[in-house]
Write a protein that binds this ligand. Structure first.
Ligand code: GLA
Length: 789
């Protein structure tokens, strides 16, 4: 809801209020962001600026006592007395950096904001937008509009700005953030998602301190180094309680966010396109729209904040065709075959996958051109007939005949010099004339600022999509941009942003306009471009090339803070894991991957009969709980920091929960399971999800418990392991919602003193999962029970 009284603007979502007012001088003064409040009289909330402070600069001679530096603002410029970090740097027609935008008028429109000509994606769906229009005092034709879009039900406010040059001369934009606002206190901890290849989105926290803390990327993409999302936690806030303010950007290019603690302990927050190498010429008559930033507040801790963001992404970011659509279970051949496959091998993999319940076969890298390794072929989107003599049409037909869907990998933004494309168009690759370019994975990036390059990509990918029955595309992008330069641009300061606009255009033309039902999964060496911009086109993203279950806990935990599980592509792969050589139990690999869009990325032929049987059960379980797992409300808690972690998803009286042993210590601490989504006054049945234990895991202990002598590395043990396994800790409880919220006692873990079927044998990286179902009309009676489930 947007309410305006006099000069006060009050934006309300279901649980939050965001309030600002116009000052007499025409600047927008930030007043409040937090829990929804009924107040209309702002005098108690407004920051008191009773007298001037030393070394502040008055706004004007006749406004003594009014300094922009001590006012909490909604946006700011340069050169009028505000010495904090500015969200905007313009070079005005007079050559100066000084601007002074003052209120001109405002307007409220129904619906979300979208800057049509900009080519940027914006959030869609039910919303209301306030447009606050300011004019520069000297160049009145130059207007700055702050757009506020209220997504009421999910407690999210979208922010972006438009700069319009209605004057007669051009100006330059060096920096134009999507939003800014100041808060009266700075006592927060900043949480960011940082990492690199195979270790994306690890959570890091640091106290906000004097000066400026920046979270940005300069790689050309949103990057695996620093995700554009970040949040601020008030003292005492944790997963379940406390104040959290969180921010994200609907943008896939270089991003920049900063928080600045000022000299009176106020806090300035901003986010937008990274000013790094950015210089945009705005000619007379042109306008520039920034990407949309989004923000949300809660006093219910990180889980409640994540719920707001998840809801927002599922309802307003994902394209309508895929909103709340159940995502298929895939098998991807990459880690099973790498580049070395032929039709026979692929069909064998597909047949096995189908037998286990997999719904889609995805053919990864290596199907085109001379792509037998990563040094050649990229750019030539024509099937390799040596590997696939019948072509893609025949392969996809064979897959469909088995009753599965077919998906295909592309990396259309890049080119290997050893390719027909590069031989025909060396000038299409990004490089600076007269300099040797740098290489990433033996490839160069194509210049998507050029129309001919974009047309080539659209045509070549569309030809493949039109030539075979393809229901899914994995769109990969495996390097950062170096040597940025385009011969198509007279101003290289526009390069990075125009590249991303070019990418959005290509994705729109291929997928939104021509193949709207093809499920797009984007990928960039894993999660190197996991952002809201890509999610506007691709409903799911390959989260990381790291499929090690324990590593994935770190990665997915970070991602879930801002992105819903429906967007998180997660595969079970071989053990030892190819990225870490760590051996995690098959049960844990599944217990982690099921909290996302499930897939398998391994050669089922290398598994034992028993493992295949377990996978068949896993897939059946996932399908039975798919809607809950992909769209229920996710929460996490840390029963023992650094040692245990629990993820759980609940909705409508049901939940699936897992508890992971991050590391095992002898004679382990007892485990309790809390179900955060359990409700008072209800009763639930809690059952462990059936999982199995490889008998060989007991190593040399086996000979002590077996009636016959068995060597731990002998033929008998290998036979047993291939064909049998033990059920691992089966538990069953009935508990009230109140008791579940506080925690029920789980079966003991193995502790080296003996074996009992009621033990949970976990060790490092072990885990157990549970289903929780509401029992209607249950009468509680006294029962002693022996505690063994
Ligand atoms: C990237 C992706 C992988 C796989 C390979 C293929 O690394 O992240 O999933 O597709 O490329 O080359």
């Amino acid at each position: 809801m947007i309410e305006i009284f006099d000069s006060i603007f009050k934006l309300s979502t279901r649980d939050t209020s965001y309030i600002f007012a116009l000052t007499e001088q025409g600047h927008a003064e930030h007043i409040y962001y937090g829990k929804r409040i009924p107040d209309r009289d702002m005098s108690s909330l407004r920051l008191k600026n009773t007298i001037m402070l030393g070394t502040t600069v008055d706004y004007q001679a006749d406004t003594a006592g009014y300094s922009l530096d001590t006012t909490l603002l909604e946006y700011s410029g340069i050169g009028k007395g505000d010495f904090r970090h500015s969200p905007m740097e313009l070079i005005m027609p007079d050559g100066s950096f000084v601007t002074d935008f003052v209120y001109h008028r405002h307007e409220v429109t129904d619906g979300p904001f979208s800057c049509g000509e900009s080519g940027l994606p914006y959030a869609t769906g039910d919303a209301e937008t306030l447009h606050l229009i300011f004019k520069d005092k000297k160049y009145e034709g130059v207007t700055l509009t702050l757009h506020y879009t209220v997504f009421e039900a999910c407690n999210v406010i979208g922010r972006c700005v438009t700069l319009e040059n209605g004057g007669r001369e051009s100006l330059y934009i060096r920096k134009l953030m999507s939003f800014m606002f100041d808060m009266p206190t700075a006592d927060y901890t900043m949480l960011t998602l940082d990492g690199g290849w195979a270790k994306e989105a690890h959570i890091h926290e640091r106290a906000v301190s004097y000066g400026i803390q920046v979270n940005d990327s300069t790689t050309g993409g949103s990057s695996n180094r620093h995700n554009p999302a970040f949040l601020l936690k008030a003292p005492g806030a944790d997963e379940e309680r406390g104040e959290v303010f969180g921010f994200n950007l609907i943008y896939s290019g270089n991003h920049y966010s900063a928080v600045e603690k000022g000299n009176h302990d106020t806090l300035r927050i901003m986010s937008g396109i990274n000013p790094h190498c950015f210089l945009w010429k705005l000619n007379a008559g042109e306008s520039f729209c920034t990407p949309q930033a989004v923000m949300s507040y809660t006093d219910g801790g990180i889980n409640a904040f994540a719920a707001n963001m998840h809801d927002f992404v599922n309802r307003h970011v994902i394209r309508p065709t895929f909103r709340f659509s159940e995502r298929p279970v895939v098998v991807n051949n990459w880690e099973a075959t790498f580049f070395h496959f032929n039709r026979r091998k692929l069909l064998a993999l597909a047949r096995r996958a189908k037998g286990l319940g997999v719904e889609m076969f995805v053919l990864d890298d290596g199907w085109f051109g001379e792509r037998n390794h990563d040094r050649a072929g990229l750019g030539d989107w024509v099937v390799n007939k040596k590997k696939l003599p019948g072509g893609l049409a025949s392969l996809s037909k064979a897959i469909h005949r088995m009753g599965m869907k077919f998906g295909l990998w592309f990396e259309p933004e890049c080119v290997n010099p050893d390719s027909n494309l590069y031989r025909a168009h060396p000038d299409w690759a990004i490089r600076v004339p007269g300099r040797e370019p740098g290489f990433g994975r033996n490839q160069l990036v194509l210049d998507l600022t050029r129309k001919d390059v974009r047309d080539y990509i659209v045509e070549s990918v569309s030809t493949v999509l039109n030539g075979a029955e393809i229901e899914y595309v994995k769109w990969d992008y495996n390097r950062h941009i170096s040597d940025m330069y385009s011969s198509s641009l007279s101003n290289q300061g526009e390069f990075f942003h125009r590249y991303i606009l070019g990418l959005y255009e290509v994705l729109r033309r291929i997928f939104v306009e021509n193949h709207p039902t093809v499920l797009l999964e984007s990928c960039s060496s894993g999660g190197n471009r996991f952002d809201l911009g890509m999610l506007c086109y691709s409903p799911q993203i390959w989260t990381s090339d790291d499929t090690d279950a324990l590593e994935r806990l770190d990665i997915q935990r970070g991602i879930y803070t801002f992105y819903p599980q429906s967007t998180v592509s997660a595969h079970v792969s071989m053990t030892p894991n190819q990225q870490t050589l760590r051996a995690a139990p098959l049960s844990t690999r599944f217990n982690v991957a099921m909290f996302g869009v499930l897939g398998y990325e391994l050669d089922f032929g290398e598994l034992t009969r028993d493992e295949r049987r377990q996978i068949k059960e896993q897939i059946a379980f996932y399908k039975a709980h798919r809607s809950l797992l992909q769209y229920g409300r996710l929460a996490r808690y840390f029963p023992r920091a650094g040692e245990r972690e629990s993820w759980q998803i609940s909705r409508d009286g049901k939940a699936v929960a897992a508890i992971y042993n991050l590391s095992y210590h002898a004679s382990p601490a007892r485990d309790t399971l809390r179900i955060l989504g359990a409700e008072d006054g209800k009763t639930y049945e809690v059952s462990s999800v059936k999982q199995y234990l490889r008998i060989g895991r007991f190593g040399s202990l086996v000979k002590h418990i077996s009636p016959v002598a068995i060597k731990s590395d002998g033929a008998i043990m290998r036979f047993v392991d291939r064909n049998f396994s033990m059920v691992d800790g089966s538990e069953h409880y009935v508990s009230s919602g109140e008791a579940l919220q506080s925690g029920i006692s789980l079966a003991m873990q193995y502790s080296g003193t003996g074996y009992d079927p009621h033990l949970r044998i976990l060790g490092d990286g072990g885990s157990t999962a549970y289903t929780v179902d509401e029992l209607k009309n249950y009468e509680h009676t006294f029962e002693k029970g022996n505690g063994n489930g």
